[in-house]
Design a protein. Sequence first.
Length: 155
Amino acid sequence: MLLENMEPVVQKFYDGVAEGKYLGRKCTECGAIEFPPHLGCNTCGYHETEWVELSGHGTLVSFVIPGIQNDKPYLKEVGPYGYGAVELDEGPVYTFVVFCGKKKVVKNLQERLHAGEKIGVHAKPIQRVSVVKPGEPETVEWSELCFELDEAVEA
């Protein structure tokens, strides 16, 4: 991923993540927030949106543990994780990597969600290093937006 070759809307999103800011685009017609940002509104189709900073807090909606064929070693280095739909406090829902703190927390997350429990999450960007071109030594650093259970920090 070359940050300098990105569309401006994507570049601004990743620059924000690197600075600890979580940016979306708010429709000037209906008020819906696009996150990750898009230039047009997916709710009403209106063409004008404006930048808004989001809190980086939300609620876990669903959660799955990756199978062995989908396991990512770079994520395991950070801690136990899965993939989950996160509803941000501002409304948008998107799927992210979700860190859980401890393996025993992962085991009962799905049961808690099915029981209707509200499970809080917060943004947890992680630093990534990617090879620019396979077989060549040049790399690029960037921040990947992930989330973490609030209770993982409290534990």
